[in-house]
Design a protein around this ligand. Structure first.
Ligand code: ARG
Length: 399
């Protein structure tokens, strides 16, 4: 039997042509694997058929939307994960999931290698290959676009010569990656970082500048996981889908950033992630109310490290796993409701309540119900500033 390679298949030009290229270059049979993470473009059956028409021996479609939401997006929400404080890791979260299915499918079908359609300039190649290495070290990773220097023009020519069923005319000038958590748009006129994004780029969000009435929504969390919207129980996937609509309609979650890629290149990226931006705002504020001071402060540092690890393709690493344990421990009391006002591109918290709250009205109030003994503050400050006072005496004496 011929050797087999499992290709992460999107249905687009590069991976469609990639099937033939891989076959020609390696002599291996190509199994196409399409993972549905809520990219909601084309019908997955159509994509499956296209893979077969392009020469795959087998084409497999996996609906991984719920798994993606529960096991990849939820940990990112618990971590308030924003790379460079802005990017909610949309693409970075989907790669380890796709890689997991690449590895398990390869094992199941006795393939000795996996493949993806990434170029040599981006983060996604690293994420796929680092994840596969961590899950199935015996597998080899192939990257036809990168390793056989396949340009777009060559791909178009190959598709024409081999009569592949790929509609070229509808090709957008942008490189787009999308899933239920958001969209990433790159290239085209955006490569000049001075060029402002145009309305055309966006599909998950409406123009925030258009006047419309504000939307109020209450998000309920249970141990850091969104479990209800306006009192209606939801799965993580449903929470993300509903918040995409509510926040997206108010133009929430548009991001325009020059980003530091792992390979050292700075790149201009436009994202939209309405649910992500709104849910992180709500979740972070509920933490402010339910997590004790030192733990909350320390967690903010862990969050940025977590985001960097995931951005850098180290989802399946020991450090990431250990930080997950820490983050889960911090979420034990992050249970309660947050009211958000969505308007003009912003998601603003206007109320929070929790049975686990550390907010004590009687300690916080300045009215007559005050139970805080202010006389304790005097001695506290005396001791708190004692080291500064002693060293200042020394330093001033030496002058
Ligand atoms: N720069 C982003 C990231 O590394 C988005 C990559 C999206 N990929 C794409 N083919 N447009 O996460």
């Amino acid at each position: 039997m011929a050797e087999r390679v499992v290709l992460a298949y999107s249905g687009g030009l590069d991976t469609s042509v990639g099937i033939g290229w891989l076959k020609d270059a390696t002599g291996k049979e190509v199994v196409a694997l399409a993972i549905d993470v809520g990219q909601s473009g084309e019908d997955m059956d159509l994509i499956r058929q296209r893979a077969l028409d392009c020469g795959a021996v087998e084409a497999i479609v996996v609906d991984a939307k719920d798994e993606f939401a529960s096991d990849y997006v939820v940990p990112a929400l618990k971590a308030n994960a924003l790379y460079q404080k802005r990017y909610p890791l949309v693409s970075a979260l989907s790669r380890p999931l796709i890689a997991k299915y690449l590895a398990s499918t390869a094992k199941e079908l006795g393939a000795d290698s996996v493949a993806h359609g990434c170029t040599g300039k981006g983060n996604d190649q690293v994420r796929f290959e680092a994840a596969v290495a961590a899950l199935a070290p015996e597998l080899t990773s192939l990257a036809p676009v990168r390793d056989f220097a396949l340009t777009r023009d060559k791909a178009i020519e190959y598709a024409a010569v081999h009569n592949l069923p790929i509609a070229q005319s509808k090709k957008s000038p942008y490189s787009i990656d999308q899933n239920v958590y958001g969209r990433a748009v790159e290239t085209g006129f955006l490569e000049d970082p001075w060029n402002a994004p145009i309305e055309d780029l966006y599909t998950y969000t409406q123009d925030p500048a258009v006047t419309r009435e504000a939307t109020e929504v209450v998000v309920s969390f249970d141990q850091g996981v969104p479990v209800a919207i306006d009192g209606v129980r939801v799965t993580p996937l449903q929470a993300i889908e509903m918040m995409n609509l509510l926040a997206g309609n108010q133009g929430v979650g548009r991001i325009d950033i020059v980003e530091d890629r792992l390979v050292g290149i700075k790149s201009r990226e436009v994202y939209e992630a309405p649910a992500g931006i709104a849910l992180i705002a709500a979740h972070e504020e509920l933490e402010n109310m339910t997590i004790e001071r030192d733990l909350a402060r320390y967690k903010r540092g862990v969050e940025s490290k977590w985001a960097e690890l995931v951005y850098d393709g180290l989802w399946f690493s020991g450090l990431k796993r250990a930080l997950d344990v820490f983050i889960d421990e911090t979420q034990k009391h992050v249970t309660g409701d947050v009211r958000l006002k969505l308007h003009g591109g912003t998601a603003v918290v206007t109320g929070r309540k929790s049975t686990q709250s550390l907010y004590d009205f009687n300690l916080a109030t300045y009215d007559t119900r005050d139970t805080f003994d202010q006389s304790m503050a005097k001695g506290f400050i005396e001791l708190w500033s004692l080291p500064s006072k002693i060293s200042a005496r020394r330093d001033l004496a030496g002058k």
